[in-house]
Design a protein around this ligand. Structure first.
Ligand SMILES: Nc1ncnc2c1ncn2[C@@H]1O[C@H](COP(=O)(O)OP(=O)(O)O)[C@@H](O)[C@H]1O
Ligand SMILES: N[C@@H](CCC(=O)OP(=O)(O)O)C(=O)O
Length: 377
């Protein structure tokens, strides 16, 4: 097999015991062995590990995840140090160097920062190091949070142009409903990209009816954030698998084609690095609703977006910021960098490009979003 770039995300629910909060040392050891095995087969591996808050709670004798943000951030600062120390000890005993990479959402929004992060991952993987990534919980502010490590791992997978993203959790795969609450829930083995949005909505609605997002009080997002992650990764050409964290030795078997967990088909890797940054590095600050003709032009024909095809604007944004493009039903079909602010678009929407100078009083761009700055989702 060709050397693969593999991102593995492990959730709190697999790292610590749900009742006592104690570390699942055997799982961590097996995960480390599995990763070292993958490295020795020639693959590059990035580990995205949750657990800072959970382990911090264990260290401080807290029985529940704190609700207050500043407390959670302080507890994460306690837990992250311990987490990385355990990994360094375990990987170190197998002579595998590791690196700690702590990221905030803001690091990926700015193009220069994004490129620096990209270059650092590249160097680490070139040197055979296993980067261990987590959100920099201690400094992250609410508006600029990944919020959950499922999303973070998908963005990292897109950034490093991974072949595979493994989301390791405490259930063996995705089900039609939460198997803890509904024993009739049906296992789902394979999901096509075209099925993902609808499935996300159905499972999100069922999960919202349940008590909380995650299966235990320590997990955060449950399956909805994993499905969001699968969508981001699949769109970036990364094959995603949801599988159980307690059996990391199955990762090699999955690479060989065995069927453990739920697999999500990847879209072809056609989008370049800059467009991937536009799609998933930047955070859209508003929405443009398009008529059917504009959806056709942008999606099917890869054309630029002109003011004539825009029917409505939502949100406040400046020129050069990221926006979502939605069809008449509100479904997001593309993202791009707008040449105009939301207030200027309100004045030119529905008009012909040649009327822009007259409507705005200055000689602006002909397009609202140029095709070079536009990515289909
Ligand atoms: N449709 C579903 N299929 C499988 N698990 C589900 C589903 N809906 C909710 N869950 C719950 O999601 C939990 C895993 O999410 P979470 O606790 O956030 O894990 P992690 O800490 O690994 O990110 C499972 O324990 C399960 O109870
Ligand atoms: N950055 C947080 C991770 C939060 C998170 O996404 O947790 P999980 O749902 O268990 O993957 C931590 O280290 O505790």
């Amino acid at each position: 097999m060709q050397p693969q770039i593999i991102v593995i995300k492990i959730g709190t629910s697999s790292l610590s015991d749900p009742e006592s909060g104690d570390l699942q040392l055997a799982t961590i050891a097996k995960l480390v062995e599995a990763i070292v095995h993958l490295r020795r087969e020639g693959h590059s591996v990035v580990l995205v590990s949750s657990g800072a808050v959970g382990i911090g709670c264990g260290r401080l004798g807290l029985k529940q995840r704190p609700r207050k943000i500043s407390k959670k951030q302080a507890v994460a600062a306690v837990g992250q140090g311990r987490l990385i120390r355990i990994y360094d000890d375990f990987f170190g005993s197998l002579q595998q160097p590791v690196a700690q990479v702590l990221l905030t959402r803001g690091n990926l929004i700015q193009r220069q920062h994004y490129m620096n992060v990209h270059a650092t991952f590249h160097e680490l993987l070139e040197m055979g190091v296993v980067p261990i990534v987590n959100e920099n919980d201690t400094v992250a502010v609410d508006e600029l949070k990944f919020g959950d490590n499922d999303t973070l791992s998908a963005l990292v997978a897109s950034l490093v142009e991974a072949d595979w993203l493994f989301l390791l959790t405490d259930v063996d795969r995705l089900y039609s409903d939460d198997p803890r609450q509904n024993p009739e829930a049906k296992p789902i083995e394979f999901v096509e990209y075209s099925e993902l949005q609808e499935l996300r909505q159905a499972i999100g609605e069922k999960q919202a009816l349940g008590a909380q997002g995650g299966g235990t009080q320590w997990g955060t997002g449950g399956m909805t954030t994993k499905l969001d992650a699968a969508r981001i990764a699949s769109a970036a050409g990364v094959r995603t698998v949801i599988t159980r964290g307690a059996f990391p030795d199955r990762l090699s078997a999955i690479l060989r084609g065995e069927n453990f967990g739920t697999q999500f088909a990847a879209q072809p890797k056609t989008v370049n690095a800059r467009k991937r940054w536009i799609a998933y590095g930047m955070v859209p600050l508003g929405k443009l609703f398009l008529d059917d003709g504009a959806v056709q032009a942008v999606i099917r024909k890869g054309r630029s977006l002109l003011p004539a095809g825009i029917t409505q604007v939502e949100g406040k944004f400046d020129a050069n910021e990221s926006v979502s493009l939605c069809d008449r039903d509100g479904k997001e079909v593309a993202r791009g960098i707008s040449n105009y602010s939301s207030s200027d678009i309100l004045r030119i929407l529905g008009s012909q490009s040649e009327d822009i100078p007259k409507l705005l009083g200055f000689d602006g761009e002909e397009t609202v979003i140029h095709r070079d700055n536009l990515v289909r989702l």
